[in-house]
Write a protein that binds this ligand. Structure first.
Ligand code: PBG
Length: 327
């Protein structure tokens, strides 16, 4: 009998050697935690479809972010739910806006935290679309004008980085110019470059009260069937001056993450979106899967595909596992 000469199993025999040859790891340096801040007082409310994720009023926000910082997480992305919505989403560029107030508070109370702002309009408009309406769709160029006001206001109030998520044509260029002209050339742009019109955003829209009141987002977000078009979107954002590009959602789009990573030299962010989170939480609660293991495997798949960083609602759960040495 001839024995195998090549035995890959030698490197799998003990945990020590498995760790030595491990190609991909999850670290707290690569994790961004999304936080929902809303109007009102004394509010800490769990999002029904996202167990473990809460919406905080401003007076409760600093403690929530301190808890995140104490776990070793170094960056958060902020989403706002304003008291008053209007046709254009003017809360997004007001100094009294929910995000502006959150930024000023957090800069003071948790200065070590890196503050990223989601730059969009859907949570702020009465119709729930991501910009100014013309007829039944979003007007691109009018929306760019409002985006400029929004990012300058975020930067003025303490944002460390802005993340436009509306999929408007030319948004990165417009935002870059506006920031530079206002004296914020040091503020990076993380663009939601390849953002698909996905049903995986369902729980987020409940959390952020941002579901469109009519129609859907398919006239601005991408068709899930298209990979080459995603690469085109990414290349345009690189040309327009993006500093980091994002692929969103992540789990059903690992092929896109992998291709983007090979194609460009900028850091790539994956957004592990709300529906991806809720599916794992739900199946875990039913006892149908091992929630922690599936979470780790899922996040690893994104790193393996090429993500340099991941925005994830699991951030605190992962941090606790890292602190305990479980991963
Ligand atoms: C737009 C925005 C959305 C998400 C992040 N930014 C919603 C949308 O495009 O409808 C979704 C994130 C998630 O599902 O976790 N402001």
């Amino acid at each position: 009998m001839e024995f195998p000469k090549l035995r890959p199993r030698r490197l799998r025999l003990k945990e020590n050697i498995r760790r030595l040859v491990r190609e991909t790891t999850l670290t707290l340096d690569d994790i961004i935690y999304p936080i929902f801040v809303r109007y009102g007082h004394n509010v800490v409310e769990e999002v029904p479809s996202m167990p473990g994720v809460f919406r905080y009023s401003l007076d409760k926000l600093a403690d929530a972010v301190k808890e995140v910082a104490d776990l070793g997480i170094k960056a958060v992305i902020l989403f706002g739910i304003p008291e008053k919505k209007d046709e254009v989403g003017s809360d997004t560029w007001s100094d009294d806006g929910i995000i502006q107030r959150a930024l000023r508070l957090l800069k003071k109370e948790v200065p070590e935290m890196y503050l990223i702002t989601d730059v969009c309009f859907c949570e702020y408009t009465t119709h729930g679309h991501c910009g100014v309406l013309c007829g039944d769709t979003v007007c691109n160029d009018e929306t760019l004008e409002n985006l400029k006001k929004q990012v300058v206001s975020h930067a003025k109030n303490g944002a460390d980085m802005v993340a436009p998520s509306g999929m408007m044509d030319g948004m990165v260029k417009a935002i870059r110019e506006a920031l530079d002209e206002a004296g914020f050339s040091h503020i990076p742009i993380m663009s939601y470059s390849a953002k698909f019109a996905s049903a995986f955003y369902g729980p987020f829209r409940e959390a952020a009260e941002s579901a469109p009141s009519f129609g859907d987002r398919r006239s601005y977000q991408m068709d899930p069937a298209n990979a080459r078009e995603a690469l085109k979107e990414v290349l345009l954002d690189v040309q327009e001056g993006a500093d980091i590009v994002m692929v969103k959602p992540a789990l059903a789009y690992l092929d896109i993450i992998s291709k983007v990573k090979e194609m460009i030299l900028l850091p790539v962010c994956a957004y592990n979106v709300s529906g991806e989170y809720s599916m794992i939480k739900a199946a875990g609660r039913l006892g149908w899967i091992d929630e922690k293991k599936v979470m780790v495997e899922t996040l690893l798949s994104m790193k393996r595909a090429g993500a340099d960083m991941i925005i994830t609602y699991f951030a605190k759960d992962v941090a606790k596992m890292i602190i305990k040495g479980e991963i």
